[in-house]
Structures are given as structure tokens and as C-alpha cells.
Design a protein around this ligand. Structure first.
Ligand SMILES: [Zn+2]
Length: 308
């Protein structure tokens, strides 16, 4: 028992003595852990508080991070705050799972996940703080901020999906204020360095990232190789960047549509397609693949406001 709980428990027992009762009603609250849901909101004798509710143990009533309490109860006079039916209904509602990102959570599990996300956010803010204090380069600070914002946005979406209030004060208690704010531009970052952004970029951000990487393809190609070899490399790089950009998109429904409407083509498919569409022989088609390696689809850029 914590210090406060011990005092409350002494007072309760004193009151009970004065009220001439040996019974106690345990409080009831939402989001209680499953083992506490079993006994919350009911009436117990002093002995039962220990044997049923585990009073005095770390896992039991008034133990570690338990928010339950108990008060003297006079049978025939006192009225319970919750009937057995109400307690059953509450238990049923709380244990009805809700879904987030393909995973089911009971209310208790959801509050646990919320606390974990808050811990992650505190650690990420601390990291930004330490990087700043240590005079780290701006790029590292930007990455750290982006990581924090991904968690923060997940926290918002998760809390909404679970119908739980956000408790941001548990995060900002660190006194670091708006440390996560500031401009974030991940356009030129390597995919490996921003894997944490998977499923977190807007369509425009993902398209910008793709365009920036698409432009680097000519520099990535091994010019000592044959034209066909170079064209193959160009095709592979483009497919790689296209897939990665789609991985980064928050709108994965749209991504699935893109995978169907505008799928990656293998080198041979690309060559065959060009031969047919542009009426070229194989050699010309291969040259064309290499020449257009950095030509991005203007219509897509236009629809995203990236090009006039
Ligand atoms: Zn409890």
C-alpha cells in the first residue's frame, strides 16, 4: 500500500468501528485491470477485502497503481453505487474489443497502450532535447522530431479509435514545451533512415520524396555497363523508389489502387510495352527506357500540385 492508501485505510477502519459495521464497499471505475474488474463495486467484510480483493498485496486493492478505494458500508442502510447488473454491463462494455490498425483492444489494454505511447513520446522529446543540447546537426534533430510526430499522431488516432480522452499532460510534464515543433523536410532522406515514416506521409510528401529520389537515378547507374545493363538498372531503381514511396503513404487504400492502376513493370514488360506503343525495335526500346529514366509522370505531379 502507498502512504496515502495506508492512511485512508486506517481512517476507513476507524470510521467502520464508529459506525459499528464490519462491511466495506469497494469503489468502481472504468479501465480497471481485469483482475480488479472481478471484485470492484461490491461489498466485502474486512477479511474478504484481503482474501477476495487482495488488500495489502502489491497486485491487490490499494496496491501498485490501483485507483480503487473502499468505504464503510452499513447493510440495510447504505446504498451501493452500482448494482450487480450495472457492474456486469460495465464489465461487458469494457471488455468488448475495439480495433485499431488490425488489432483488438479491451478498454484496459487500450489504456495500457496509451500509457506506453506517452512513455515513448516522453523518451522521444528527451532525445530531441539531448540532441539540441549536444549541438547535434540539424538533420538529426529533424529526424528525431519526425519520429516524435509519428508517435504523437498515432496517439491521437489511437485515442479516438478507443474513445479514450488524450492525456497529453502526462507527456508535457517534462517541461520541454513545444520542443517537437519546427519544420520537417524528409524529401532527400534515404528510405532506410526514415523507415519509421512508413504509412505516415501525406500523398504530396510521398510524391515529393519519390521525385527527389527519381532524379538521382542517372547518378546511381553504372555507366561502365552496356546500354541494356544500364537500362535494367534504371528500371530497377525506379521500381524500388516507387514501391518505397508507396510504403511511406498514409493512405494505404489509395496505395492499393495505385498498385493496380500503375503497377511496377519488369524490365522485359517495359521493353515490350515500349516496342508496341512506340513501334520501336528492341534495341530502340531499351535505349528509350534509359533515356526516359528520369521522366516522371506529369499528370500525377499536376494532380498533386507539384507541377503546373
Ligand atoms: Zn484497482
Amino acid at each position: 500500500m502507498t502512504g496515502v492508501s495506508q492512511v485512508t485505510s486506517k481512517i476507513n477502519e476507524q470510521n467502520a468501528k464508529e459506525l459499528d459495521t464490519e462491511y466495506f464497499e469497494v469503489t468502481c471505475h472504468g479501465g480497471a485491470r481485469p483482475s480488479h474488474q472481478e471484485w470492484q463495486g461490491k461489498v466485502y467484510s474486512k477479511k474478504e477485502l484481503e482474501t477476495v480483493c487482495g488488500l495489502g498485496t502489491a497486485d491487490g486493492l490499494c496496491g501498485c497503481s490501483c485507483y480503487h478505494d473502499y468505504f464503510p458500508f452499513i447493510p440495510g442502510i447504505s446504498e451501493r453505487a452500482y448494482t450487480d447488473e450495472e457492474l456486469d454491463k460495465l464489465k461487458q462494455e469494457e471488455n468488448a474489443p475495439r480495433e485499431f490498425a488490425g488489432k483488438q483492444y479491451t478498454k484496459y489494454e487500450a489504456t495500457q497502450r496509451q500509457r506506453a505511447l506517452e512513455r515513448t513520446m516522453r523518451a522521444q522529446r528527451q532525445e530531441i532535447h539531448l540532441l539540441k543540447e549536444g549541438g547535434a546537426n540539424e538533420e538529426d534533430i529533424i529526424t528525431a522530431r519526425a519520429k516524435y510526430r509519428v508517435t504523437s499522431s498515432e496517439y491521437t488516432r489511437f485515442s479516438e479509435a478507443m474513445s479514450l480522452p488524450q492525456q497529453r499532460e502526462r507527456v508535457t510534464v517534462d517541461g520541454l514545451g513545444t520542443i517537437g515543433n519546427g519544420k520537417i523536410d524528409l524529401t532527400n532522406k534515404d528510405y532506410r533512415d526514415i523507415m519509421f515514416m512508413k504509412g505516415n506521409m501525406t500523398d504530396v510528401e510521398a510524391r515529393k520524396w519519390y521525385l527527389a529520389h527519381d532524379k538521382t537515378i542517372p547518378d546511381l547507374i553504372d555507366k561502365s555497363k552496356s546500354v541494356e545493363e544500364q537500362a535494367k538498372q534504371a528500371c530497377e531503381f525506379r521500381n524500388q523508389f516507387r514501391t518505397q514511396a508507396r510504403e511511406l503513404m498514409a493512405d494505404q487504400d489509395k496505395r492499393k489502387q495505385l498498385d493496380i492502376s500503375d503497377p511496377n513493370k519488369s524490365f522485359e514488360e517495359l521493353v515490350a510495352d515500349k516496342m508496341q506503343r512506340k513501334n520501336l525495335n528492341r534495341e530502340q526500346a531499351i535505349e528509350d527506357v534509359l533515356n526516359t529514366a528520369t521522366k516522371t509522370r506529369k499528370s500525377v505531379n499536376k494532380s498533386l500540385g507539384l507541377e503546373d
